[in-house]
Design a protein around this ligand. Structure first.
Ligand code: F6R
Length: 607
């Protein structure tokens, strides 16, 4: 993971790099560092922990210079420490790295045998050491850095700065994304366009295996075989306003609150006219051309896929297989003819999801990306991109991206139902008309925030929490548990309600809150029976339901939250709100770092 940035500027670059790193901190926040060319010489500052520690250090110990590189780290090899922090330096070479150099041990042993001394526990340090070693052998900086790339196995985005070279950054990518930004007499390098947004909107994406020689006059890009490559400059539209907290205490709170708006955006992008019709971008998708669907993703995006499986199978009759990307990519499953492969990812950069996508290239009939970042690697390598239009998501715990993913996927399922003749056109239109009113229902659900906060003060004392749901509410139970554990550090598990008595009910006692997500749907009575089984064993139940459900469920719950009435089809989208708010308020009550929980990073670009 890690975020990297490089600037050849006309002003002091340290503040510019810190600003860019702030926008990349979602990639990791274990340590941060900057190197610049100061008076012709390389110098660097590094600090453990969040970027603010580096900013503070720079106040007391400034780092002048108009050329520089910076890094924010998510530790893979070696604990977070100043020594292990990037930029790594070897003689006249400074370098920042995102990814993992898989063969670093053998390369390091080889250099140690030649007398080179290593200072860190990282895989990354091999890169500048090797480059400096090659320079000691007589190569110039560009030749040595290019040669170094040929030794490296694994995934990397790299940015080099060289002592005495005030107008040169060497950059390269293999497996991890990297973008070049074009300014007026200035040039930039960044892990993504978001990092570079305040400086430039003109971006060139490096392709797999590319390296780049960047000077203030421009960039020369070489492909993996060393030939000069012509990569397009794209104008990228970035919405800076959405990177602010807008009066909220945390990005997560802001992102939960803005769901009605962004979900409205997502719906408007796909639903046209009255009665509404679903319009997919580009040439669209012929959903009669497939016999099965395979969906692959990680984390919350995987849970969006699991929900979509219920929708697609029930509405369109298409069999759907859902996998976590880290398993799928190595399982090498057969991909029969007429398979539609769908990859869901907020960032579009998740390494496992990208690898799974590449596995399907040439095997699946069509590859569709459901992403929030349309310029991402996953989007660029797909046949069709369905953007979710959630806007930049900063909180590490995914919220608005989840509900926007669900909104796009439910539209896709309805389109499949229509095209495959599984549902009459009037029924589809009725659903789509209701979907247009879902943002309004979501506003109503958000008004439960105070009630949920009161419950959360008690939930914060729990050691374990269970989430139960049936049918399409089961993946949401998994999502509720994932949200709670990642930001409050409370152990939580999601179960299919009917599965509880097959083992997990042994966990239930007076200390274990059980959150039951049960709108009054066709499966409600069964879920309520499971809830009774929990209450009979002293379990403290929080029932999240609608007014009909509350009336029918009877007494005995610890708390009942009454949600707006919503048609069954859209319940998983609406009920995501209380699940998110429960996790959020519990984390706030516990005083954890809500937006940047420990050990996590927003974009997982290593496997
Ligand atoms: C959980 C969360 C993660 C991501 C997962 C996939 O709140 O955010 O589980 O969903 O890392 O990330 P993307 O969607 O960027 O592929």
């Amino acid at each position: 993971m890690c975020g990297i940035v490089g600037v050849l500027g006309t002003h002091e670059v340290s503040p510019i790099i810190v600003e860019a790193l702030k926008r990349l901190e979602y990639r990791g926040y274990d340590s941060a560092g900057i190197a610049t060319i100061n008076d012709g010489h390389l110098d660097r500052r590094r600090a453990v922990g969040k970027l603010i520690n580096l900013s503070d250090l720079l106040v007391h110990d400034p780092l002048p210079g108009k050329s520089g590189i910076g890094h924010t780290r998510w530790a893979t090899h070696g604990a977070p420490s100043v020594t292990n922090a990037h930029p790594h330096r070897a003689g006249s070479v400074a370098m920042v790295h995102n990814g993992i150099i898989e063969n670093f041990r053998e390369l390091r042993d080889d250099l140690i045998a030649k007398g080179v001394v290593f200072e860190t526990e990282t895989d990354s340090e091999i890169v500048p050491k090797l480059t400096q070693h090659l320079m000691d052998g007589g190569m110039g900086p560009i030749e040595a850095a290019t040669k170094t790339l040929s030794y490296l196995e694994g995934a990397f985005a790299l940015c080099f700065l060289f002592d005495g070279e005030d107008d040169l950054i060497f950059a390269a990518r293999k497996g991890s994304p990297l973008a070049i930004g074009h300014g007026e007499g200035e040039m930039f390098v960044g892990s993504d366009a978001i990092a570079l947004a305040p400086m430039t909107d003109k971006i060139t994406y490096l392709e797999e295996g590319d390296s780049a020689v960047v000077t203030r006059a421009g960039v020369q890009i070489f492909d993996s075989s060393g030939r000069l490559a012509n990569r397009p400059v794209k104008a990228i539209k970035m919405d800076n306003a959405r990177v602010e907290k807008a009066g909220h205490k945390h990005f997560m709170a802001k992102e939960i609150a803005e769901q009605p708006v962004v979900m409205g955006d997502a719906i408007t992008h796909y639903l046209k006219g009255a009665p509404p019709q679903i319009a997919l971008p580009d040439a669209g998708l012929d959903l009669t051309a497939f016999d099965r669907v395979t969906m692959v993703a990680c984390g919350t995006a995987h849970l969006a896929c699991l929900t979509a499986k219920y929708w697609l199978e029930r509405l369109s009759g298409l069999p759907v297989e859902v996998d976590v990307a880290s398993e799928f990519r190595y399982r090498e499953p057969p991909i029969p003819a007429r398979t539609l492969a769908i990859f869901v990812s907020q960032s579009g950069e998740t390494a496992d999801t990208l690898a799974a996508l590449r596995f399907c290239q040439g095997k699946a009939d069509k590859i569709v990306a459901v992403v929030n970042v349309p310029e991402s690697s996953i989007a660029r390598e797909s046949d069709l991109v369905l953007p979710i239009h959630a806007g930049i998501e900063i909180g590490v715990a995914s919220t608005k991206a989840f509900t926007c993913q669900l909104s796009v996927l439910v539209m896709l399922a309805l389109k499949a139902a229509l095209e495959r003749g599984h549902m009459p056109v009037e029924a589809v239109q009725t659903h789509l008309t209701t979907l247009r009113s879902l943002p309004g229902m979501m506003n109503a659900a958000l008004t439960l925030s105070d009630d949920i906060q009161a419950i959360a003060t008690k939930l914060a004392e729990a050691r374990d929490v269970l989430f139960l749901g049936r049918g399409p509410m089961y993946p949401l139970a998994l999502e509720g548990a994932l949200k709670l554990k990642e930001i409050s550090y409370i152990h939580a598990e999601g179960y299919a309600s009917g599965e509880l008595k097959h083992g997990p009910i042994a966990l239930v006692d007076k200390q274990v809150p059980v959150i039951v997500m049960a709108p009054r749907d066709a499966l409600f009575d069964k879920t309520v029976s499971n809830m009774q089984e929990v209450m009979a064993r002293g379990g403290k139940v929080v029932l999240i339901t609608d007014s009909d459900g509350a009336r029918l469920a009877g007494d005995g719950t610890w708390k009942t939250l009454i949600m707006p009435m919503v048609p069954d089809l859209f319940a998983p989208i609406l009920y995501a709100v209380p699940a998110q708010l429960l996790a959020y308020h519990t984390a706030v009550a516990k005083g954890t770092d809500v937006d940047q929980p420990r050990n996590l990073a927003k974009s997982v670009t290593v496997e």
